[in-house]
Design a binder for this molecule. Structure first.
Ligand SMILES: [Zn+2]
Ligand SMILES: [Zn+2]
Length: 424
């Protein structure tokens, strides 16, 4: 099986220093890595993360040896913010960091800045000395670079927005107090003299981030076969017993999937999340409801009133405009191919978009479909979407000169945005 990567992954990513959980060998992996084969002991491992990935920058070796290190949390978000306006959905790529603390001294840097790109990140281990400050919630601290909420003009404020991440992580940056001054522990420079009325950052609530990162051995829990996957895959494959797996805490959980039958060995199997969801409080249950809300140019057939609605989204990262187009096209066409539980010998595209993000994207799909936006967008903003039934579906796409094409669905994906990455 060959795997492909999407061009979205070619952006700069941070490097993270790990240790092989099996043999202890040092490994440097990209921050998006979820699956790896150790170069020393050849054991396969999956990285399972509770919540967000948490890393830290080490303290400068020039810092005084007796200093009390305090690690301050920063949210990092790399991905696409889909801002839903009355004029339409406007995607924007963001790569930002922001201090994950509220009400602290303005001397403390608000973002990680450029220093972050030059240094390797490390995973916090139980031996990492220092105090780790508990972060505030993700949504409350992240704003587009250089903008505060107040500086966005009222007519530019979206009705709502969703962040679909390539990376959402928490990065701890070191600080220390020396001779009553607060020092930046990377640059080794004083940033503030501590005054009696200042907030005592050493007294803030603490946490130990290493409890949240787990390693799971990459072998099939059912048959013991080696699992296969691309390094950034959320979902791993057992070719022996034809099962798909995903980390859930300290174990692997089975994924429901189906494969449509390819008509040619050269067809590329492209993964999608197929979702049946509860949408409340707006009434959107049947395909007829969607046709009405979208003012789609179709005469409603009586059986559409009972046809339950499925949303589909690419299970891989792809340019925002293509992502929006595919989501809308598949919601309108409601594909219903015959599926079997079988991994084909064809090339497969790896699954690099989590099912939670697929669920999150439904609101954006609806924002790009419903008309008129003036009537529907405010109620969509407060809508809660919860999954009822979700499964992974591989659809065969025929390779053509410039694109991969699905004949029945009349869906094309440009070849340039899905580049071949070689064998695994
Ligand atoms: Zn190893
Ligand atoms: Zn197996």
């Amino acid at each position: 099986m060959q795997f492909f990567v999407t061009s979205a992954e070619k952006n700069i990513s941070f490097k993270v220093e790990h240790q092989c959980p099996q043999c202890g060998a040092p490994l440097t992996l990209g921050e998006e890595t979820l699956f790896f084969v150790c170069g020393f002991c050849r054991v396969r491992s999956c990285i399972s993360q509770r919540g967000f990935f948490r890393y830290y920058f080490p303290l400068s070796p020039e810092a005084p040896g007796d200093s009390d290190v305090i690690y301050l949390p920063y949210w990092r978000f790399k991905g696409v913010r889909y801002a839903c306006h009355f004029s339409g959905v406007k995607p924007r790529f963001l790569d930002i960091s922001a201090l994950a603390m509220e009400g602290v001294s303005p001397h403390i840097p608000f973002s990680l800045g450029l220093r972050a790109q030059a240094l390797p990140l490390k995973l916090v281990s139980s031996e990492t000395r220092g105090k780790f400050i508990r972060p505030c919630k993700f949504k409350t601290s992240i704003h587009p670079s250089g903008q505060t909420v107040r500086s966005i003009k009222k007519d530019q404020t979206p009705v709502f927005q969703e962040d679909i991440g390539e990376t959402t992580s928490l990065i701890y940056s070191p600080f220390y107090i020396h001779k009553n001054r607060l020092f930046d522990g990377i640059l080794n420079k004083p940033i503030q003299t501590m005054l009696p009325g200042d907030m005592d950052i050493t007294a803030l609530p603490l946490c130990r981030p290493e409890k949240e990162t787990l390693f799971v051995t990459g072998i099939c829990p059912d048959c013991g076969w080696d699992l296969e996957g691309h390094k950034n895959s959320f979902v791993l494959v057992c070719r022996n017993c034809q099962t798909l797996w995903q980390t859930r805490g300290n174990r692997l959980g089975k994924i429901r999937y189906g494969c449509a039958t390819p008509s040619h060995p050269d067809d590329v199997m492209i993964p999608f999340w197929k979702m049946n969801v509860n949408i409340s409080p707006i009434a959107l249950e049947s395909y007829a409801d969607l046709v009405r809300m979208g003012n789609l140019p179709r005469a409603i057939q009586p059986d559409w009133e009972n046809q339950s609605l499925h949303f589909w989204t690419p299970a891989f990262k792809i340019r925002p405009n293509v992502f929006l187009r595919l989501n809308s096209q598949l919601a309108i066409t409601q594909p219903n191919p015959r599926l079997e539980k079988k991994i084909q010998k064809n090339n497969h595209l790896p699954i690099t978009l989590a099912s939670s993000e697929a669920i999150q994207s439904i609101k954006i799909t609806l924002a790009s479909l419903v008309r008129p936006l003036k009537n529907h967008l405010p109620s969509l903003a407060g809508t809660i979407i919860s999954p009822k039934n979700i499964r992974l579906v591989f659809l065969p796409f025929e390779p053509r000169h410039h694109e991969y094409f699905h004949r029945d669905l009349n869906v094309a994906i440009n070849k340039n945005i899905l580049a071949l990455s070689g064998n695994l």
